[in-house]
Design a protein around this ligand. Structure first.
Ligand SMILES: [Zn+2]
Length: 289
């Protein structure tokens, strides 16, 4: 089994064809590790931008990649083929990246350049190294740790690596990988890149804005009085704005008014519900009347 840690840099390019922005890959960097986690080979290549030729200033500053660097590089189709050849035996390779954003960007680039086919030609088994590192370090899932912070956490000085260049980032990630790797947990973290893998990554989470959508859990549309715990009476219709539904309630026993906000966000595997109840202050009411 070999491990490949891939890191990409990309430019934010506006596609006239699609009518929206695309993260266009401008650099591939990767290291190949043997089963002892020794780097046996590396891969580094710029990619000639085709969607927008000029790099954004933000990207140039972050990566130190210049327009001249990428102008004479091979296009995505060629670099992708070269990289696939370099990877070699897919059956015996686990590809890793720091967070799944690189994979999402790859899927978008494959779709764009390979006639809407999202299939990444050089990955069969994948691990999100950031998620794996966090799980092995007992870090909570809420905040995502940057590669530089992960390195600091294991007492590696990230300044020894030039950050935000693809090859250096992948080398630094390999140090983090080696440090947290455990055979049993790693094997469980390996994902097979089947149709479901692509469906999940292509899914774009969205806020449900239609109150009649069958996803909506109508039992959320109520308000318990914070004082007495009884159901409050609804004063206004549910209205949708700023990504959530709002309505006002009153508890006549306690003479308390409430504003309730409910948000329904559809992710690939679940519906996330956020609900909060705010007490409407008396002063506010007077100011309004
Ligand atoms: Zn009450």
């Amino acid at each position: 089994m070999q491990y490949i840690i891939l890191d990409l840099e990309w430019n934010t390019a506006y596609s006239n064809l699609l009518g929206h922005f695309v993260n266009e890959i401008i650099e591939f960097g990767a290291v190949k590790l043997n089963k002892n986690f020794e780097i046996t080979e590396d891969f580094s290549s710029f990619v000639k931008p085709q969607i927008e030729k000029k790099l954004r200033n933000r990207v140039k500053n972050l990566t130190n990649i210049s327009n001249a660097d990428v102008a004479d590089a091979e296009p995505f189709e060629v670099v992708c083929k070269d990289f696939t050849d370099w990877v070699g035996d897919l059956e015996n390779t686990v590809l890793l990246s720091w967070g799944d954003m690189d994979i999402r960007v790859l899927i978008d680039n494959c779709k764009y350049f390979f006639a809407d086919n999202p299939h990444i030609p050089f990955v069969k088994y994948y691990v999100d190294l950031q998620a794996y590192f966090m799980a092995e370090s007992d870090l909570s899932k809420g905040q995502q740790i940057s590669l530089a912070n992960a390195a600091s956490l294991i007492n590696v000085n990230p300044e020894e690596f030039s950050l935000h260049r693809a090859l250096d980032d992948s080398e630094l990630a390999s140090v983090c990988f080696k440090r947290v790797y455990k055979k049993d947990t790693f094997e469980k973290a390996i994902v097979t890149c089947d149709d479901e893998f692509y469906t999940r990554l292509l899914f774009k989470p969205y806020i449900v804005s239609d109150i009649n959508d069958k996803l909506i859990d109508k039992t959320q549309f109520c308000c318990k009085c914070i004082e007495c715990g009884e159901m409050a009476d609804q004063l206004t219709d549910w209205k949708f704005s700023n990504s959530s539904f709002h309505a006002n309630f009153i508890c006549r026993d306690c003479n308390k008014r409430y504003r309730v906000n409910v948000q329904f966000k559809k992710n690939y595997s679940q519906l996330n519900i956020k609900k909060n109840v705010i007490v409407i202050k008396k002063e506010k009411e007077n100011a309004r009347s």
